[in-house]
Design a protein around this ligand. Structure first.
Ligand code: CAA
Length: 240
């Protein structure tokens, strides 16, 4: 039986590319989506993979949906925490609700999903948790105190959980994409985006597939000795 891999935010953007790569590499993929029903329907039709609706910032919702997935598809052996949002603004203009939304959706969600799957992984003596952080969690980004804090938090979370999982066959790694061609980056003001692209030595934005390839490798048996790592994939924009 192929292993079950769950990807949050797995029907669009980087998450979609991750879902497709994992499927190509022989995993049984389950995507979690939140709002976009149309994208979820297209995902199901195009990939023949499962897509379940859940709010990753809500523990009870995740718990109920993950339980359903366990019954209907199987135990989750690979968890990719990819779901994320931006609510960019400078700190002096930031509304408290935009701080909380980003911290809860991008960071607290990793606690929720990992907390739900970790005991099963410990019992089976195998697990892969891959957290999609960001270059902006590594270097900070003007206008993103909330997002940079959440993404930096994911790196610390990754390292601590990697220590806890190591003796149980569970690896935990963080991948830090730079600026990748997705709906999220297409929302950035053109002038700002142009100035960002000028800072990328490879002179272009990344493609979702370039993140997905690394994630699928980290999910594979070949990556068994990699844990607690932070993998930068950013065209040389920031060399942490
Ligand atoms: N560094 C220093 N100063 C800057 C700056 C920067 N990077 N960007 C803007 N400023 C300055 C401006 O020149 C301006 O100065 P003056 O008042 O002296 O003219 C001042 O800061 C105010 O800037 P803005 O007018 O831009 O402020 P704003 O409130 O209109 O916009 C913002 C703020 C919406 C955050 C805008 O700066 C922005 O869109 N920044 C980009 C944020 C970004 O990169 N988001 C990434 C989204 S994609 C993603 O997050 C995926 C991932 O993981 C990589």
């Amino acid at each position: 039986m192929s292993k079950v891999a769950l990807v949050t935010g797995g029907t669009r953007g980087i998450g979609l590319a991750i879902s497709m790569q994992l499927k190509e590499d022989g995993f049984q993929v389950v995507a979690i989506y939140h709002g976009n029903e149309e994208a979820a329907e297209k995902f199901r039709a195009d990939t023949k993979c499962h897509a379940y609706k859940a709010d990753v910032s809500n523990y009870e919702d995740c718990k109920a949906v993950f339980e359903k997935i366990k019954e209907e598809v199987g135990a989750i052996e690979i968890l990719v925490n990819n779901a994320g949002i931006t609510r960019d603004s400078t700190l002096h203009k930031m509304k408290p609700e935009n701080w909380h939304a980003v911290i809860e959706t991008n960071l607290t969600s990793c606690f929720y999903t990992s907390h739900i799957v970790i005991n099963g992984m410990r019992e089976r003596g195998f697990g892969r948790i891959i957290n999609i952080s960001s270059i902006n969690g590594q270097k900070g980004q003007f206008g993103q105190t909330n997002y940079s804090a959440a993404k930096a938090g994911m790196i610390g979370f990754t390292k601590a959980l990697a220590l806890e999982g190591a003796a149980k066959g569970i690896t935990v790694n963080a991948v830090c994409p730079g600026y990748i061609e997705t709906d999220m980056t297409s929302a950035i003001n053109k002038e700002v985006l142009d100035s960002i692209i000028r800072q990328i030595p490879i002179t272009r934005m990344g493609k979702p597939e370039e993140i997905a390839a690394a994630v699928s490798f980290l999910a594979s048996d070949k990556a068994a000795f990699i844990t607690g790592a932070t993998l930068s994939i950013n065209g040389g924009q920031y060399m942490a």
